[in-house]
Ligand binder design. Structure first.
Ligand code: ADP
Ligand code: MG
Ligand code: MG
Ligand code: MG
Ligand code: MG
Length: 485
């Protein structure tokens, strides 16, 4: 099936934030706009606005009932008005009559402080005051599932080390090519696509940008991957650990800090002293911000996870870093940036239902059964991830944080150091589950000051509700372990 309708499609010049979208619609043949925002659980919310009404929406905003989203409002709250930021406009290459435009959230004339894009913009303003721009690139891994979502879609993708496998890639070539063509027609600068370390898992890499552009692109990326997967008869998931015996979906973020044209993270042999302080802040705060980078119950099946069919989880267990070494939480692959490997790509979870990972004997991968078909999004938030990097990084610079105590020689395999080893003295562990992570976040007063009390209150409240919901749910595992006791 071919979804890409317009070869050689071009977005044209990037627009000003207040560009006249009605005129743009006429010039580019756009019939509809998806005016969109992302809430605290990472759900992409939208109103579909015909181009005949976009002038009025640009003036008044698109209206939403805030309590119907995850932003922590009650049913009595006034309308949430989303004001389109025209500079984010992407005309959808596989449906060129449609365009996606991200917006900012306001209630009664005041920006909603806890909305994720506002949280990121506050950190960008802080960076600007210091004369810096954070540039970031993300690697949002995903699985391609069958449309019924009960297994990976390719029954022949069964190698125990499937990473980079050419044949499994070719069986999904049509979909992957449509995704890459879509992204490149939106000026992403995709430079590679590969089959990742789990059966059915893929990754697409595009060029890093200023962190707000990357965050908006990250949102569009997930939307495009999921939409195109469905058009091809599949289902894509960014869930952290959908299969208990396969590697999970990570969402690594690469960071560099720029002053004009100069990357101030660039050092001689490794990253600069300033970058080390920034990294020191990120390392020191990782146990407390883990609830944000790894925001679901399922996230903690990826972190500290059991070994996988390929041999490695590729996800961290402890707060450590090294050079070009993928067994640590932070990797420094070059002398001009670092990579945080902590975050995950959660996007699908089942609400109040059994989600059973049943190991099959016939094939080596698991099947996922769902008892109901209601899904909601819940993911490492594309806006909160870079916001955390800046908040903790600048805190690190201000406090001259020293990352040396969490550093390991480049040839150490972190997965081989057992718990209790003297080599781990002073090395913090990551939280083991969502409630521990949430409590660590709640008790970190620095983060509350850095990220804003409104955000902290709303986020922690939602996380506690999530944990309570999970705790109230009876799992098959409990029944199996206890029924006959
Ligand atoms: P790996 O799998 O080795 O971690 P990838 O090539 O999959 O690396 O992803 C690297 C990401 O890092 C890409 O998004 C890339 O654009 C980004 N990146 C490269 N250099 C920088 C930099 N200086 N600052 C921020 N991001 C960068
Ligand atoms: Mg209505
Ligand atoms: Mg990669
Ligand atoms: Mg990867
Ligand atoms: Mg990586």
């Amino acid at each position: 099936m071919q979804c890409f309708t317009k070869a050689g499609f071009c977005q044209g010049e990037k627009l000003a934030a207040n560009a006249d979208l009605s005129a743009v619609a006429k010039a580019r043949g756009i019939d509809f706009f998806l005016v969109a925002f992302v809430d605290l659980r990472g759900v992409l919310r939208t109103k579909m606005v015909p181009s005949s009404a976009i002038k009025q929406i640009q003036r008044d905003g698109a209206g939403f009932a805030p309590a119907a989203t995850w932003l922590d409002f009650g049913p009595h709250a006034a309308d949430l008005l989303v004001m389109p930021d025209a500079s984010t406009l992407l005309q959808v290459p596989f449906s060129p009559e449609l365009a996606v435009v991200m917006g900012d959230c306001f209630i009664e004339g005041k920006e909603v402080a806890q909305s994720p894009r506002a949280v990121l913009k506050a950190q960008i303003a802080e960076a600007q005051k210091r004369g810096y721009v954070l540039k970031s690139g993300v690697e949002a891994e995903f699985f391609i599932l069958s449309a019924q979502n009960d297994s990976i879609s390719d029954e022949r993708d069964i190698q125990s080390k499937p990473c980079y496998d050419a044949q499994s890639m070719m069986r999904r070539y049509a979909l992957l090519a449509d995704i890459v063509k879509t992204l490149n027609a939106c000026d992403f600068g995709v430079y590679q696509t590969d089959h990742e370390d789990a059966n059915g898992q893929f990754e697409i890499n595009w060029h890093y940008r200023d962190c707000l552009t990357t965050a908006d692109q990250h949102v569009f990326f997930k939307w495009a991957v999921k939409t195109l997967a469905e058009r091809h008869g599949f289902r894509a998931t960014f869930m952290p650990r959908p299969f208990s015996n396969l590697s999970g979906n990570g969402c690594h973020i690469h960071c560099s800090l720029w002053s004009g044209e100069k990357n101030v993270f660039e050092g001689k042999e490794s990253i600069s002293d300033l970058a080390l302080q920034f990294l020191g802040g990120v390392l020191a705060k990782a146990p407390s911000f883990c609830a944000v980078t790894n925001p679901t119950v399922n996230s903690y099946k990826r972190l500290n996870g059991a070994a996988t069919a390929s041999g490695y989880t590729w996800s961290p267990n402890r707060v450590s870093w090294s050079g070009n070494n993928r067994s640590h939480m932070v990797r420094v692959p070059d002398n001009d940036r670092f990579e945080l490997r902590l975050a995950d790509g959660a996007v699908l979870e089942l609400l109040g239902v059994h989600m059973v990972h049943e190991k099959q004997t016939a094939t080596h991968y698991s099947r996922v059964y769902s008892k109901i078909s209601t899904f909601y999004g819940w993911q490492v938030n594309p806006y909160l991830l870079p916001a955390l990097m800046m908040a903790c990084g600048f805190w690190g610079i201000d406090t001259k944080a020293d990352p040396a105590k969490c550093s390991f020689p480049a040839d150490v395999n972190m997965y081989e150091i057992p718990d209790g080893s003297p080599k781990l003295e002073g090395i913090a562990s990551l939280p083991r589950n969502l409630i521990d992570a949430t409590r660590a976040l709640e008790s970190d007063k620095d983060l509350s000051a850095l990220l804003g009390a409104d955000f902290m209150r709303a986020f922690i409240k939602l996380q506690k509700l999530e944990w309570a919901d999970f705790s109230a749910h009876l799992s098959t595992w409990e029944l199996m372990q206890t029924l006959d006791c």
